[in-house]
Design a protein around this ligand. Structure first.
Ligand SMILES: [Fe+2]
Ligand SMILES: [Fe+2]
Length: 281
């Protein structure tokens, strides 16, 4: 089974980000994938989200398409009459309309391989060890004039820690559901599951914001279940392909294309899509 992963399309960021989608679709077709996974941060704008998923749908890809939302996808504007929980439900409906399987609603099994997923969130367990900020300071999501924009646009009903733990619990339930039914399990999150995958810079304000990258609990769930062989994620805008104990951690983001990639959009799409093959017994 050939699996392809991409995240952080951020089509709202620039014209190049938006135009890249067509090149990415061509790349996915050429890769002859069995499963394509989109791990969040498509765009905060619902109309644009609908349009982009529609573009994938209209391309008549033969592979299965799986999705988890990112933090930017669940952002709501101040005057919108909607919470992030409600936006998650709208996103799932759009996925359904466009042939994407929304992993946050239920896990799925494809040829004896289980796929499960959650957006994940952060509980500050990835806070830098070098600094001694209090929980209250992380709750602020603001340092030295820079704001983590979830503060402005994410609208959950609970604290960050409760949201993170709720998503961890949902993931745990999915893994439990799958484990006596499949040969192996692939976990998909938007937020980062392992501290080992975070690049700390040893400087502020940068390392303060690492606290908003993910939660240790996501990774622990992956490591404690021997059937989990891969943890796929997004959110950080650098590629990761790293073995963390018995789990392969992969991130394959597009990121913000404020300048055209020098190698051209087609080549950029090709080098960004992470592909790997799994043997099926
Ligand atoms: Fe992102
Ligand atoms: Fe993100």
């Amino acid at each position: 089974m050939k699996i392809g992963l991409i995240s952080d399309l951020h089509v709202e960021a620039s014209e190049a980000n938006r135009v890249l989608v067509a090149f990415l679709i061509d790349t996915i077709k050429a890769a002859e994938l069995d499963v394509f996974i989109l791990a969040g941060d498509v765009t905060p704008k619902l109309s644009e989200f609908y349009e982009v998923l529609g573009e994938f749908n209209n391309a008549d890809l033969t592979c299965q398409k799986l999705f988890v939302p990112g933090n930017h996808d669940i952002w709501v504007s101040k005057d919108a009459n909607m919470t992030s929980e409600q936006k998650c439900r709208v996103i799932s409906e759009i996925c359904q309309d466009h042939g994407f399987y929304s992993l946050i609603d239920a896990p799925c099994i494809i040829e004896e391989i289980g796929f499960c997923g959650t957006i994940g969130w952060y509980d500050y367990t990835f806070a830098s060890n070098k600094y001694d900020f209090s929980t209250e300071q992380y709750v602020e999501k603001q340092l030295m004039g820079t704001v983590w924009n979830d503060k402005r646009y994410a609208r959950w009903a609970e604290t960050d820690q409760k949201v993170a733990h709720r998503f961890e619990n949902e993931l745990n339930k999915q893994i439990t559901f799958l484990k006596d039914k499949v040969q192996r399990i692939i976990v998909v999150t938007h937020h980062v599951p392992f501290r080992e995958c975070i690049r700390y810079r040893g400087e502020l304000p940068w390392d303060y914001f690492r606290a908003f990258y993910g939660s240790e609990g996501l990774g622990m769930l992956c490591l404690q279940e021997p059937l989990v062989t891969h943890a796929l994620f997004g959110h950080v805008h650098y590629a990761v392909n790293q073995q963390v104990k018995n789990v392969k951690a992969i991130c394959a983001p597009i990121g913000y294309l404020y300048e055209q990639p020098t190698e051209g959009l087609q080549a950029y799409a090709e080098e960004s899509l992470a592909c790997f093959s799994l043997a099926i017994a």
